[in-house]
Structure formats: C-alpha cells, structure tokens
Design a protein around this ligand. Structure first.
Ligand code: NAD
Length: 444
C-alpha cells in the first residue's frame, strides 16, 4: 500500500519504518529540511533500539523515502498519516497548530480520494476539526474529492518503539466509515497475525482512549510516589509495599515503581490536556490535578533529600555526579525529564554537576549549552571523579550493577541518592555509603 506520513519524530519515523519493513511503500515528510537530509543519508536523529538498521535497509530497498515536499507526499499516499507534535499550549491544552497545518496542506494538494489517519495524540473532537479543515480548503479550491478521517492513536513506548509498533498490544481505530476501517485493517494486517488486536470504535472514544491510557499510567506512578512519601515518614520501605501489593492480580506489577517523578513528551502534557478538556466541559478534574501536583512535587524530591543530608547551606560548592539524564532508559529524550529539575535545583543551590547518560549527552549539550557548573562525562566512572555525592536519576541497566565499594571510594562525602530505588539500602550501607532512596523509611 502507498503510505505517506507527516512528521518524522518518534512516532512518524518508527511507524513509517515498520510499515516499510512489512512491505508498504512509504514516504515520510517533515518541515525540518536538515532532519530529512540526514535521514536520507541514513543518520537517525533519535536513539531508538533497532531503528537505525531498519531505516537504512528499507531506504536502500526503495520502500522508505524522506522528503520536505508535501505535495509529493499527498500525491503518493492512499493513506496519509498525521504524526506531528501536539505540545502543550500555554493553558495546558494540546496545541493543534501542527495537526491543522497538515490538514490544510492535505486539502491544498489532494487530487484523489484518500484516508487521513490521525496518529498524533489529540483532544476529543479533533478528527472533526481535521475533517472540517480539509473540507474547507477543498471547497475554496472548488475541488470535490472524497476523503475519510480515522482516529488511530499511537501507544508505542520510546525505548521499545520498534517492538511496540511491530507487535502492538492493540490497534485502536476510531472511524465512521467501514471502508476506511477495512483499508486500515489491511495496512496493519502484518502486525496483527497471531491474534486480533483491532479495537474499532467511534472517533471521540478513540481520541479519549489515548488520554485515558496515559492518565491511568501517570496515576499509578503518582499513587506510588504518594505511598513512598508516606512510607518515608512512617519508617516503612515502599519497595516492600510494592511487592506486597503487586502480587494482587487486580493491582499487578506494572507501573507501580516509585521514583523521582515521571517525565517525557507524553505523560505530563497528556494529563494536563485531559484535565483541560474536563475543565472546558464543566467537570473539575480533581484526580488528574492531583496526579500532576504529586508529580511536580516528586520531581523536587531528590533535591529535598540532598537538602536533608547537607542542610540548606551545605550544598553550595559540592559536586554531584548524576547518572542518567534521559526521562527513562533506552532513549535520548530529555523532554520534561526529572534530571532537568534536579540539575536546575542543584545549580540554584550553588552545586556543580558531572553528568553521564549513555545516550542523552548530545541532547543535554543542546539543552544546557556550555556551562562552568556542568561537565558531561563519557562514562559513569568518569562522572564520579572529583564528585562528593552521586544521584541516580534514570534507571539505565548498566547502573544497576555498579560496584558500590568503588563508588564509595570515589565520592568524597560518600552519599548516594537513589532516585529509582535500584540499589538495596543494605548493600549501599555495607559499602560505606550514606543511602537515600525514595520512600525507604529506614534511610530517614
Ligand atoms: P516529535 O516532536 O518527535 O516529532 C514531530 C515531527 O513533526 C517533527 O520532526 C516536526 O518537524 C514535524 N512536523 C511539524 N509540523 C509539520 C508539518 N506541517 N509537516 C510535516 N512535519 C511536521 O513528536 P513525536 O514524539 O513523534 O509525537 C508525535 C505525536 O504522537 C504527538 O501527538 C505525541 O503526543 C504522540 N505520541 C508520542 C509518543 C512518543 O513516545 N513520543 C507515543 C505516542 C503518541
């Protein structure tokens, strides 16, 4: 099938590459000419396991091309996917300017019937707006061309995006046209082989499904962080509590890890946008507001632990090794990452930072620029050199097996702030470290 995709970010690039991998003829279009040029040369702008060789092989095979030429992309696709960003607007609602710009572009260049598929995360009612936008541009051109709009929210996870795209848990299709649904079922058939993953519904429900999924996951995290803060105060260990509740199948093991707060390009903005939608429809979003407030507070928790150890005036002049900058492991994405809050707070307190992340150094350089109080290091070991304390912010696998005795030997003050509870307090203490985890009452 001939497919065009607007937006070559995490969603557009991964989806386009996976569709090409299963034999579709894909053209990806982006307004960022530099990105398109690099992609044509096989240089991948993001870190995503398994993606690079697939982009290169499918590009070489002629099934995956990149362009800035929107007219060419609209002419190419029987199915046109919208996968551009929907960042938060000033009031927290989703900014639809990029989605609607693509809708206008499609209207301007459309010459034959097409199915427009919205993969971006968009508020309820956006499919109607996309349809109205395309229709009004076509009308202004005097063109009478049929088209369908399908809401097909994306559920891939950064860090496992290729795997998620090739083997999705579910494929949600929000559509009012049976013919469009059939066509998209054919498009995605290679990802749907061992069981039926399609969940077909109306467009509004499909749009809300995506926000509900992210809000539920964010709620689980904030809930556990709330429990962690209680555990800390009452002398309990939240890791024991986690094991105690996760074994209940009604609760389950997933997403009940306490930590330094959730980040990334999705949870913070999607919880906010859903809360905004609720407000706009006269429903005060009490739970969603609390989920966000708990997370905001939690992002400052590592700094609070540092204050607890050093005292208000004690942080100035200290050097913190920071392990992990990405908002989670296996990605270089630092959007809304908890590390950004910690670094800002440490700098405000007069500390210096030696940071290491396996993939996000380039992103950190772009965000922070050159600063006297930041050294981006080439290894976890190097980050410890000359540091007083260590803060672990992202639970990259390689940090889990750190030699804590060696960490102790390197840190002048021997303090470990474990923002993801990846170490056992007793192991850290045995190595001679002062250990601070999240919600581990015994360390208070
Ligand atoms: P991104 O910011 O990584 O990429 C968006 C791309 O769209 C950019 O390359 C940008 O240059 C391009 N773009 C903007 N306007 C354009 C236009 N008019 N024509 C062509 N290209 C244009 O975004 P992303 O992380 O891939 O997210 C895209 C959407 O998918 C968002 O709505 C997001 O909420 C949603 N989503 C993201 C994830 C994720 O893990 N990143 C997961 C599920 C859903």
């Amino acid at each position: 099938m001939r497919v065009s995709i607007f937006g070559t970010g995490y969603v557009g690039l991964v989806t386009g590459t996976c569709l090409a991998e299963v034999g579709h003829d894909v053209v990806c279009v982006d307004v960022d000419a530099g990105k398109v040029e690099r992609l044509r040369q096989g240089i991948i702008p993001i870190f995503e396991p398994g993606l690079e060789p697939m982009v290169r092989s499918n590009h070489a095979a002629g099934r995956l091309d990149f362009t800035t030429d929107a007219a060419r992309a609209v002419a190419h696709g029987e199915v046109v996917l919208i996968a551009v960003g929907t960042p938060p607007d000033e009031d927290g609602s989703a900014d639809l300017q990029y989605v609607l710009a693509v809708a206008r572009t499609i209207g301007e260049h459309l010459e034959r019937p097409v199915i427009v598929v919205d993969k971006s995360t968009v508020p309820v009612g956006t499919a109607d707006r996309v349809r109205a936008t395309i229709a009004s541009v076509l009308a202004a051109r005097g063109a009478d061309i049929g088209f369908d709009v399908v809401s097909n929210p994306e559920f891939l996870k950064e860090g496992a995006a290729v795997e998620d795209c090739m083997r999705p848990d579910r494929i949600v299709l929000g559509a009012d046209s049976p013919a469009a649904v059939e066509k998209l079922k054919r498009l995605y058939a290679p990802f749907n082989r061992n069981r039926d993953r399609f969940v077909v519904m109306d467009q509004r429900s499909a749009e809300l499904t995506k926000y509900a999924a992210n809000a539920m996951l964010a709620t689980k995290i904030s809930f556990m962080n709330e429990i962690a803060n209680i555990a800390e105060r009452v002398g309990a260990d939240v890791e024991m509590v986690r094991k105690g509740i996760g074994s209940d199948p009604r609760i389950g093991w997933h997403f009940i890890y306490p930590g330094a707060g959730y980040g990334g390009s999705c949870f913070p903005k999607d919880v906010q946008a859903l809360a905004r939608t609720a407000q706009q429809h006269g429903h005060p979003p009490l739970l969603l507001d609390a989920v966000e407030a708990v997370n905001e507070r939690q992002k400052g928790h590592l700094h609070e632990l540092a204050l607890r150890h050093y005292g208000a005036a004690g942080i100035a002049g200290k050097t913190f090794a920071v392990w992990g900058l990405a908002f989670k492991p296996d990605t270089d994405d630092m959007r809304e990452a908890s590390s950004r809050r910690l670094l800002a707070q440490l700098w405000d307190s007069g500390a210096r930072v030696r940071a290491y992340d396996p993939e996000a150094a380039g992103e950190a350089r772009r965000i922070f620029g050159e600063r006297d109080d930041l050294v981006l290091c080439g290894s976890a070991q190097e980050a410890l050199e000359g540091a007083d304390a260590l803060a672990v912010v992202t639970e990259w696998k390689q940090f889990r097996s750190a030699d804590l005795a060696q960490v102790r030997a390197q840190l002048a003050d021997g303090v470990l702030f474990d923002g993801r509870n990846i170490y056992r307090p007793e192991d850290a203490e045995e190595a001679g470290l002062a250990y601070y985890g999240i919600g581990r009452g015994r360390s208070v």
